[in-house]
Ligand binder design. Structure first.
Ligand code: IFM
Length: 664
């Protein structure tokens, strides 16, 4: 039987896999993300109805994080007996989550989705079949449950829970007192209402086979229409998205499923409903990483949206343009000119990154980190993404909407942050952190210097920026990197004393060695691909890859793209699968010291798209024309995908025999 490349399923009731399944089975519509937890779960099983763009700082907490709304999908059976069989599935072509649980006395089937057509609407259908002989009556309790997961909460206060025909829970965020409301209507009258603290439930006495449909509105009004009508609109929305974005892979159904799944995630968290919004590093999978937007959005997500839905890519850029005040004040606060964008950007472009971003597992004390002060590449990453967006779409109009000012402000920041060498009048950047966060406070990180030079150039400034040493064709990641202890990853692992210990900062096991967290020089070579020959990429790949932990999900994609450059699809393929299956397989790094960093990995999903289209198919714009330079893995016979270039629909088809781009 052919494999269904649009569906995942897991058999067995597995509360021990709550965290991974919560990510794996996530549904969302850009405005709301609902973790793939089961309907009867409570906060201890990480239930989250994550709201995009609303942040709060709970009393006595040091940082803001996004809000989880009360859970309108809550449902549980009573009197059903033990579990005999259980299956959880996700039909990701249409973003529909299902569970089917066979109990001793009943079969419970629940289907749910976050409407793509109406971004504040959630829909659920519950089906109970009584299987006892004779059938045993039982209770179904469903409603709005306020017992949801909070990492640094509680974030909601002043609850009101009421029930008439409609269930209604309202609350205010604790810091800014933003109203949060959840309303629910059901197509069938209940036997009883239960108001329990801040939650409200319908209780049904189930005496025969039974189906109910529930429509839930989060921060908005309930809208007319049945479950089936809403499902039809939602599914049609998804079909349109796939028409303009799906990459067809022939010959390798597992690769096809994995890439479909990656693109599903990207679509589910894309802020289509907002004018100027971006995507947080952990998507809408909870409060991890403070719901903040990192460089992930510009470097790893923008390519997918620029190619398939440029109007959305524009919103990402507008988010940075509209939030430049945060970047101006961050630069000013540190004594610099121009715009230094937040490393972890929250609402209005405020910096979410603290100076103590890791908690040491040995002392349980926060450790001073320099991501906030040192990852100055972020401003250049934004300018780079804006430049690429304009080159690809031809949308120069964005320059007049604030893009030009943003580029200039970022260039001004770099000029004031740089040291100018008297000797040869070049600029240096000292005390920075590159993409490899294990080495903080380094000088002249190659990636940072190049992206700063790009920014200065794009702003029309004429300065030389120093590039680090090159030894035997290998670019030194930063000044003095080659002098660090050269040990293998195995040796580093043998030095670890605690499973959750953080490898970076000055006491970390990697700090004084050449072991790096993620692609750094290889990221440089990918972003500025036409400045390096295939042979240079190969040499650097072979040097740095064995020294890379791939401790960030952003790493594999850059190495896969590098391997495609020198024709080694066999090396790229496992890295492609690692990126595409990051949330399917789960088990990635979930701790930075004592801080939980688990959740979904949109950058890896975006990276998988880049590998398929720019790596395997080798699609790029060389300034004059679009070209294809394929490096197909053995298992893949062909790739077909649509994209939009300069406002026009195009299709690429790549096979071993023939490659072509068709416009129109
Ligand atoms: O942006 C990344 C960073 O490069 C590595 N740590 C995780 C961040 C969020 O994904």
């Amino acid at each position: 039987m052919d494999m269904d490349v649009w569906k995942i399923e897991r058999e067995g009731y597995e509360p021990e896999n709550t965290a991974d399944n919560g990510n794996r089975f996530l549904i969302g519509n850009g405005s709301i993300g609902v973790r793939g937890t089961l309907e009867e779960y409570k906060k201890d099983r990480m239930v989250a109805v994550n709201l995009a763009g609303i942040y709060d700082r709970a009393p006595n907490q040091t940082w803001r994080e996004p809000i989880n709304a009360p859970n309108g999908f809550y449902a549980t059976l009573e009197g059903q007996g033990n579990i005999l069989k259980h299956k959880q599935s996700l039909y990701f072509r249409h973003g529909i989550h299902s569970r089917e649980t066979v109990y001793e006395q009943a079969v419970l089937k629940i289907e749910r989705f976050c409407s793509m057509a109406e971004p504040h609407i959630l829909c659920q259908r519950i089906h109970v079949e009584l299987t006892g002989k004779p059938a045993k009556p039982m209770k179904l309790i469903c409603g709005i449950d306020s017992d949801v997961w909070d990492i640094n909460g509680p974030h909601l206060t002043d609850f009101e829970a009421t029930a008439g025909e409609i269930l209604h829970v309202s609350a205010l965020t604790s810091e800014m007192r933003i109203p949060i409301t959840v309303k629910e209507r059901c197509n069938r009258g209940q036997d009883e209402i239960l108001v329990s603290g801040d939650s409200v439930f319908r209780v049904f006495n189930v005496r025969e086979n039974f189906v109910i449909e529930r429509i839930i509105a989060v921060n908005g009004e309930l809208t007319p229409g049945s479950y089936d009508e809403k499902l039809a609109e939602h599914s049609a929305f998804w079909d349109n998205l796939w028409d303009s974005s799906a990459v067809k892979i022939t010959g390798d159904p597992v690769a096809q499923l994995s890439l479909n799944y990656s693109l599903y995630h990207l679509h589910s968290i894309a802020p289509r409903h907002a004018e100027s919004r971006s995507i947080p590093a952990r998507g809408l999978s909870g409060q991890t990483y403070k719901g903040a937007v990192f460089w992930d959005a510009e470097i790893f997500l923008m390519p997918f949206f620029t190619m398939t839905e440029p109007s959305l890519a524009r919103k990402f850029m507008m988010y940075r343009i509209d939030s430049i005040s945060g970047a101006l004040s961050k630069a000013a606060g540190l004594g610099y000119n121009g715009a230094y964008f937040p490393w972890e950007s929250q609402d209005g472009g405020t910096e979410g990154c603290t100076n103590f971003n890791v908690v040491d597992v040995f002392t349980d004390r926060p450790v001073r980190t320099y991501f906030r002060d040192g990852q100055i590449h972020i401003s250049g990453d934004i300018v780079y993404a804006l430049g690429k967006y304009i080159d690809w779409t031809g949308d120069t109009g964005i320059l007049d909407k604030g893009g030009r000012d943003l580029i200039k402000a970022c260039a001004d920041f770099y000029l004031s942050r740089a040291h100018r060498l008297v000797k040869n009048d070049t600029l240096e950047f000292l005390d920075v952190v590159g993409p490899d966060e294990y080495h903080e406070r380094v000088h002249n990180n190659a990636f940072t210097n190049r992206i700063a030079a790009y920014t200065l150039g794009r702003a029309g400034y004429d300065f030389d920026v120093r590039q680090p040493r090159i030894r035997d064709g290998i670019i030194e990641q930063f000044d003095g990197y080659f002098d660090l202890e050269d040990v293998s990853l195995d040796v580093i692992r043998s030095r670890i004393k605690h499973p959750k210990e953080y490898w970076g900062t000055q006491n970390g096991v990697a700090y004084a060695t050449q072991i790096i967290k993620q692609a750094d020089v290889l990221a440089l070579m990918q972003l500025f691909a036409n400045e390096y020959s295939d042979e240079e990429v190969r040499r650097n790949w072979e040097y740095y890859e064995p020294r890379t932990e791939h401790g960030s999900s952003l790493s594999a994609c850059m190495y896969a793209l590098g391997a495609c450059r020198f024709g080694r699809a066999d090396l790229a393929y496992p890295l492609f699968m690692k990126s595409a299956r990051s949330d399917l397989d789960g088990g990635g790094k979930s701790w930075a010291g004592n801080i939980y960093i688990g959740g979904t990995h949109p950058a890896a999903a975006g990276g998988a798209y880049m590998i398929a289209t720019q790596g395997f198919a080798g699609l790029r714009y060389n300034g004059d024309e679009l070209v294809l330079n394929p490096t197909l893995p053995e298992s893949i016979d062909s790739l077909d995908f649509p994209f939009i270039f300069r406002g026009k629909r195009a299709y690429a088809r790549v096979s071993r025999e023939r490659s072509e781009i068709r416009m129109g």
